[in-house]
Design a protein. Structure first.
Length: 283
């Protein structure tokens, strides 16, 4: 779908002088072309407050994949699309190279913003019948062991159907966007970002035949923690953690509204896989 540009929020990587300077240059460039733009640093609730306080048609995020993920979580359900400008090393989530930002924004102004809705995840932790923690994830929800090198015991269900018990270092529940992250390192599948599915991948399973699963977006996954002898944690996008207790049940499902990513088609998904080394051309 397409959307017209009106007001733009520019979010810069926290404490990054190059990002702050580039953000101000972008703001002035946009203002010279009649567009309202505001620059905020990616700290605390600044992004959420900025989106709530003004009509915003696009969020330009200046940083690496970590910055983009943090901002994207705050935009879940807001209806504001995100466009990443890569200042990091990998930059798989970024659509625009920092060295070509002017030509990229010119294309946006002339053609409008093309927006793709991608599946995101929401989760809640149930303890003794009450929800004690909840949140969203753009890349993945991971349940894994702590510092001790011991496998943990998890019991998996999809809806009313019990899949069985898993003994492993942990479990990765990944969106298509996150499939090129932690999930692929655990032998999970690459998934096209426009598919509304999510994957369930064990981390180093022990004497267990549970292979990586691809579930429809409408499926609801429940993971019960059976472990009593070692620490177990839940993490969102590898950035925020929460300690789980024995008996906790983690419910994961598709987040309402998903995540909106703006695109200018600088590099196709398949060419990006090749450029980042996920696909090796043998010809």
């Amino acid at each position: 779908m397409h959307t017209a540009l009106r007001s733009i929020l520019i979010v810069t990587k926290s404490g990054h002088r190059e990002a702050e300077a580039l953000g101000e240059r972008m703001r002035a460039w946009l203002a010279a072309r009649g567009l309202s733009a505001r620059v905020v640093e990616n700290t605390g609730e600044a992004v959420s407050l900025a989106v709530a306080g003004q009509e915003c048609s696009l969020a330009l995020v200046l940083g690496g994949d970590g910055t983009i993920l943090g901002v994207a979580r705050r935009l879940l359900g807001s209806g504001v699309p995100l466009l990443g400008v890569n200042l990091g090393k990998v930059g798989f989530l970024a659509e625009v190279a920092a060295t070509r930002w002017e030509s990229s924004l010119e294309r946006l102004l002339s053609g409008g913003v093309t927006v793709q809705e991608r599946l995101a995840l929401s989760f809640r932790v149930e303890r003794d019948g009450a929800t004690v923690h909840s949140g969203g994830a753009v890349n993945d929800v991971v349940i894994n062991r702590g510092i001790l090198a011991r496998v943990i015991n998890l019991d998996l269900r999809v809806g009313p159907e019990r899949l069985g018990e898993l003994r492993a270092d942990g479990l990765i529940v990944s969106t298509p966007t996150g499939a090129t992250g932690y999930s692929v390192s655990a032998r999970g599948p690459l998934v096209h970002p426009q598919l509304h599915v999510y994957t369930v991948t064990p981390i180093c399973p022990f004497l267990n035949n549970l292979l990586p699963l691809v579930l429809p977006g409408e499926a609801r996954l429940s993971v019960a923690v059976r472990e009593r002898t070692t620490d177990v944690y839940l993490t969102q996008d590898g950035q925020e953690g929460y300690a789980l207790h024995a008996g906790d049940v983690v419910h994961v499902e598709r987040a309402p509204g998903g995540m909106l990513f703006a695109t200018i088609e600088e590099l196709s998904y398949y060419r990006k896989l090749k450029a980042k080394g996920f696909i090796k051309d043998q010809s």
